[in-house]
Design a protein around this ligand. Structure first.
Ligand code: MLT
Length: 240
């Protein structure tokens, strides 16, 4: 298994696609996706464009849908909810519903790799589920794709990529970023919340009173669910 880490979709090689892409947006899109599917959401469908989200979701029964929109860390007017994973942490809120979702970076990262044969999402909260999936499938090439922030590096996504890579004894690093990600994880694994509080997007969320979100997102291996793409842009809980 050759494993490449990319900090943001803009940094991936334009003419390539891996056998398996693991999309990571710890703060907060892939934490929210895992949480919603864990609590019984039927599926999560992602969009880069809010207008497209509103148009497509209009054909869905209102009682069976949640429109989730986030820009700059804040909920988008006209959507039902924003991107706080805490809002999706109950069966009464999400069970049986489809989440129509658009976020600043995470949903764009998913779109970059949506043509890969295997696409899953990971965050700290379901890291072990992603590790188990990679160990079982043994894809030849894997991209751990951070969502970053508008093309730039994000500490929280890279440390999660390192946490996954470090648990794969048979992997060969495909780029220097993979080696660096493992070092970042080894340095910070016992104090992830402190790291997230220093991260630029962590600080943005703290300014928006997102303390509880950071605490939730910094937990490791709390959910067994693995979101997996079944058609471009649509993710369900991996039935395997
Ligand atoms: C994103 O996609 O950039 C995020 O998940 C932002 C957030 O809601 O914290």
């Amino acid at each position: 298994m050759k494993l490449f880490v990319y900090h943001a979709p803009e940094q991936t090689p334009a003419d390539q696609i891996p056998d398996c892409a693991v999309v990571i947006d710890v703060l907060r899109a892939t934490t929210t996706i895992a949480t919603a599917l864990h609590y019984g959401a039927e599926a999560v469908q992602v969009f880069s464009d809010i207008d497209e989200l509103l148009a497509v979701s209009a054909d869905w029964p209102a009682e069976n849908r949640i429109r989730a929109g986030e820009r700059g860390g804040q909920a988008v007017p006209g959507c039902d909810l924003g991107n706080s994973p805490l809002d999706y942490r109950s069966q009464s809120a999400v069970a049986g519903k489809r989440l129509f979702m658009s976020t600043t970076n995470g949903t764009r990262a998913l779109q970059r790799v949506q043509s890969a044969p295997l696409v899953v999402t990971a965050a700290q909260i379901n890291r072990q589920a992603a590790v188990d999936f990679l160990l079982a499938k043994e894809p030849e090439t894997v991209w751990l794709l951070g969502s970053g922030w508008q093309g730039a590096y994000a500490l929280e996504d890279t440390v999660c990529a390192g946490a996954i890579a470090d648990a794969l004894p048979e992997m060969t690093p495909g780029n220097d970023e993979a080696v660096a990600a493992v070092s970042l994880w080894q340095q910070w694994q016992a104090s992830l919340l402190t790291l997230f509080q220093q991260a630029s997007h962590g600080q943005r969320l703290l300014r928006l009173q997102g303390d509880a979100d950071l605490t939730y997102c910094a937990q490791s291996d709390q959910l067994d669910v693995l979101p997996i793409q079944t058609s471009p842009g649509v993710l369900i809980a991996n039935p395997a």
